[in-house]
Write a protein that binds this ligand. Structure first.
Ligand code: MG
Length: 422
């Protein structure tokens, strides 16, 4: 008996039981490609403040399922932008994700669609469409991105707020916490605009005193933590090329996982000069958007490791494309991630699917009550790894009661958008 005949034989049964879901599933399965027919009906948002301002997006369909996405960092302005994108999404088939992405991106080439807030707003939609596609097809997102090459992705703990001060009780307690949680890698910030050894609040050259303080912080963490825990350091692009080169050289004995953004990433030649001057691996890219932003960086061999933020730079498929591009230069991919468990799990799907994945960030060590209650599945990090779920879509669902604690006061919570004027 052919599959189609088999399905037909079930149809009267489904009707007899009065189970519309079975009937609908059978009707969908009866189509030649077992492809559900969906139509986008509405898009709604919720605004939260945890790691700065972040926007959650839901894309609804005519069949009751919705996809959930999230963006961060350059999320300001996302709500009106997403509302303006709606006219290009309503009534469209949500499974044609590339088409939706390109329609929105190319319609904005005179409106800032090369980078920044426009792309970050689009990113939240893109992520929601992948969640939706997975739910509609009954597959985890990594399966739609080429399948997984690993079952779990390694996560490093960013040490969060509060600078590391050698010998300080709070710093020691934070380091113990990170160790006890089972992380195999961590990151600290070594830039300090308030350092008393800084002579000038505006000039970007670090004094000898500042560099000594940076080295002392690194030495303190390195001596406190076991050697098996990798250490990365971040300078947030706050220094000039002279300082960047000096610090990269001075930290060589620490055998760091990486030195992050000693200078802003937009001057690719300056980053390349620093990389060429040191054996310390240089990582950058959390403020770079789309494949187009990473092309020259890779071509000029300006970074040892790239760190696109997939909740900001274009989304999950764009993240996969960036990672693949990097792979042709033998450059590993270590996504910057400061989102909730939803954006973090979405990022992990890409990490599971690309061969050159190195490690993914976790930045909620100071917001753990929110983190643990954000999704119905609870804690998603186990001893420094995220295990990929078998559930369809991103595989985690927001626990509204928990997430609502971070709602930006006075903003809608997945409520219908007001009618657009003008
Ligand atoms: Mg950084």
């Amino acid at each position: 008996m052919k599959r189609r005949d088999l399905i037909k034989s079930f149809m009267p049964l489904a009707g007899m039981w009065g189970l519309p879901s079975i009937s609908r599933a059978a009707a969908q399965a009866a189509s030649e490609y077992r492809r559900p027919k969906l139509r986008i009906t509405e898009i709604r948002t919720a605004e939260v403040r945890v790691h700065g301002y972040q926007v959650h997006v839901r894309v609804y369909t005519d069949q009751g399922i919705f996809g959930h996405g999230e963006n961060t960092d350059s999320a300001e302005g996302s709500v009106p932008l997403i509302r303006s994108f709606s006219r290009m999404l309503i009534n469209q088939d949500p499974l044609n994700i590339e088409a939706a992405f390109e329609r929105i991106r190319t319609s904005g080439i005179f409106a800032g669609a090369q980078a920044g807030q426009y792309i970050t707003a689009l990113t939240a939609i893109e992520m929601a469409l992948w969640d939706l596609a997975g739910k509609a097809l009954g597959l985890p997102v990594y399966q739609l991105l080429g399948g997984r090459v690993r079952d779990r992705v390694r996560v490093y703990c960013d040490s969060g707020a509060g600078r590391m001060t050698p010998g300080d009780e709070r710093s020691l307690a934070k380091l113990k916490l990170i160790q006890d949680m089972g992380f195999t890698a961590m990151k600290i910030d070594i830039d300090d605009g308030m350092d008393p050894a800084r002579f000038d609040r505006v000039n970007w050259t670090a004094s000898n005193g500042e560099i000594e303080h940076m080295l002392a912080k690194i030495a303190f963490v390195r001596e406190t933590m076991p050697k098996s825990i990798d250490l990365a350091i971040d300078m947030h692009g706050r220094y000039d090329a002279t300082t960047g080169k000096r610090v990269a050289k001075e930290v060589e004995p620490f055998k760091l996982l990486w030195l992050e953004e000693p200078v802003p990433a937009e001057n690719i030649d300056a980053m390349r000069d620093i990389r060429a001057s040191t054996s310390t691996p240089i990582c950058c890219g959390e403020n770079i958007f789309l494949r187009h932003g990473f092309r020259e960086l890779l071509e000029k061999r300006a970074a040892d490791i790239i760190m696109p933020d997939l909740s900001k730079c274009g989304g999950l498929l764009e993240g996969r494309k960036i990672a693949d591009m990097a792979h042709t230069y033998y450059v590993p991919f270590a996504p910057h991630t400061v989102t909730s468990p939803i954006g973090s799990m979405a990022t992990a799907h890409v990490g599971a699917a690309v061969p050159n994945f190195l490690i993914q960030e976790w930045h909620w060590v100071d917001s753990q009550p929110l983190w643990k209650n954000w999704v119905k599945e609870g804690e998603i990090i186990e001893k420094g790894f995220i295990r990929l779920p078998e559930r369809p879509g991103i595989g985690v669902e927001m626990n509204e009661e928990g997430a609502k604690k971070a709602q930006v006061p006075g903003t809608p919570w997945f409520e219908p958008a007001p009618a657009r004027r003008g």
